[in-house]
Design a protein around this ligand. Structure first.
Ligand SMILES: *[C@@H]1O[C@H](CO)[C@@H](O)[C@H](O)[C@H]1NC(C)=O
Ligand SMILES: *[C@@H]1O[C@H](CO)[C@@H](O)[C@H](O)[C@H]1NC(C)=O
Ligand SMILES: CC(=O)N[C@H]1CO[C@H](CO)[C@@H](O)[C@@H]1O
Length: 444
């Protein structure tokens, strides 16, 4: 047996932590999985404590002790790798996880909105995200802002309108899995369609974006002298007498007809030559052994010059392989499932975070990472979003496969030629497999 493992086992026997009563109760009621004082896992396997109902405890390879004081058990079950980090985690790292459940909800007529920006998550400097719900007929009012806006429809149907810089107008109806992109300053609106309206994720190309401070049509009109409004629109100022004195933002509108019925048709009206929307989920996925990958950036959605994105379906037990992104921070939004990510920050620093539906993750550019599906039953569905015109990543597998074998063996297996041979055979074809299926080689 390996020496290190032997000494781990020995220390486990010598330093058996004291078990509290609650832990004994859990133990007798069918066990608490790998969270017990004599647990030993030199390989740091993942644990789906949330699905199994296990209570993570800070016991690891013979070290640790119970949590004696107050605790939030629900949060701990969602964060097994915080309570008992892999033994490979080390050093100080910033926080790279936030849940929309911790974001303030702004409730409006027929809808709501909440945001995750650099103010909620300090490392979210390149991207801000907004989660919004609009019921049937509910309008996110005509507005514009400095930041470009990219969006993914999570549920339901939505109508978008926009204007381009040449005065061309754009209208489209979108459904789940569709995107839109409005460049900086372009005016636009959103409205929920039947039967239950819509919910979507908005993404802005600056972490300090604030959904509360966009330029609203109603806000501007309410703060312009009515005499000027009359002059501007060539009408009597009196017709603005009953206009709202505050902004509308999100409000119940009248029910929309079809695009054909509603599209503007005046003499000066023209259609935009630009395509502001895209059907991401209709794209043919990239082939991988462990799931589906769809990439949308300015190469297949030309208007999206500042946001690139990947949509991943990671099968139960599968893993988004070890990789990094050279051109932008990753900002991810988890739609389904549970996952763990270890972020490698150089200088021996690494920290593992757990994510579930509704969570946001950040991985700074160039920091190595993977996404492991914690569940054996449920897939992970996640959006990886970048402030970039193109999606770019480096695969560790591919890098080593395309490096002289001698060099690779010298680095990792200098005194272990037998293991070197096994490893080099495995990476020989250097084929990038962005999501790797569970191999079954992971058990002891
Ligand atoms: C709309 O909401 C109602 C009530 O929650 C639900 O019964 C119905 O299935 C929903 N329709 C769709 C298309 O999701
Ligand atoms: C996808 O990959 C599998 C094996 O990895 C292969 O059998 C299949 O033909 C591939 N399909 C496409 C469309 O490339
Ligand atoms: C193939 C594989 O790695 N399967 C693992 C998937 O994750 C569960 C834990 O959630 C492990 O028990 C499996 O070994």
């Amino acid at each position: 047996m390996h020496l290190q493992l032997l000494s781990l086992l020995a220390s486990a026997v010598l330093a058996v932590p004291i078990i509290d009563r609650e832990q004994q109760a859990l133990g007798s009621a069918g066990g608490n999985g790998p969270y017990n004082p004599d647990n030993n896992d030199p390989y740091d396997h993942k644990v789906d404590s949330y699905a199994k109902g296990w209570q993570p405890e800070p016991w690891r390879n013979g070290h640790g002790a119970t949590v004696f004081g107050p605790r939030n058990r629900d949060r701990e079950r969602q964060n097994p790798d915080m309570i008992r980090p892999p033994s490979t985690d080390h050093g100080s790292m910033s926080n790279y996880r936030w849940s929309f459940a911790d974001s303030h909800m702004r409730i409006e007529e027929g809808g709501w909105t909440r945001q995750t920006t650099v103010r909620e998550l300090g490392t979210s400097t390149e991207i801000a995200g907004v989660n919004m719900r609009l019921d049937y007929g509910v309008i996110r009012e005509l507005h514009w802002h400095k930041e470009a806006e990219w969006a993914y429809v999570l549920e339901g149907n939505v109508r978008v309108t926009a204007l381009d810089t040449e005065g061309g107008n754009f209208i489209d109806d979108l459904q789940k899995g569709d995107l839109w992109y409005f460049p900086s300053g372009h005016p636009h609106s959103l409205q929920g369609l039947s039967e239950n309206g819509t919910e979507f994720l908005l993404v802005f190309d600056s972490g300090s974006f604030n959904e509360e401070s966009t330029f609203l049509l109603s806000d501007w009109l309410a703060h312009t002298p009515k005499a000027v409004l009359g002059e501007n629109f060539r009408v009597s100022p009196q017709i603005f007498k009953h206009m709202d004195k505050t902004d509308k933002y999100i409000f119940q509108g009248s029910l929309p007809g079809s695009i054909d019925e509603e599209k503007p048709d005046g003499a000066g009206v023209k259609k935009s030559k630009l395509q502001f929307t895209h059907k991401m989920l209709d794209q043919e996925p990239v082939n991988t052994t462990g799931g589906l990958v769809r990439i949308t950036d300015s190469t297949n959605f030309p208007i999206s010059k500042t946001i690139a994105a990947a949509h991943l379906d990671i099968a139960p037990g599968a893993m988004r392989e070890m990789h990094w992104h050279p051109n932008a921070d990753e900002w991810s939004f988890f739609i389904k499932g549970r996952a763990r990510i270890t972020i490698f920050g150089a200088e021996g620093n690494a920290r593992t975070f757990d994510y579930m539906a509704g969570d946001v993750g950040v991985v700074p550019r160039n920091m190595g990472h993977f996404i492991e599906n914690l569940s054996d039953e449920e897939p992970v569905e996640v959006l990886e979003i970048f402030k970039a015109d193109q999606f770019q990543d480096f695969s560790l597998f591919q890098w080593l496969g395309e490096t002289p074998k001698r060099l690779v063996a010298d680095h990792i297996f200098q005194h272990d030629p037998k293991s070197a041979e096994k490893f080099l055979t495995q990476i020989h074809d250097a084929e990038k497999d962005p999501i790797k299926s569970g191999s079954g080689t992971n058990s002891e």
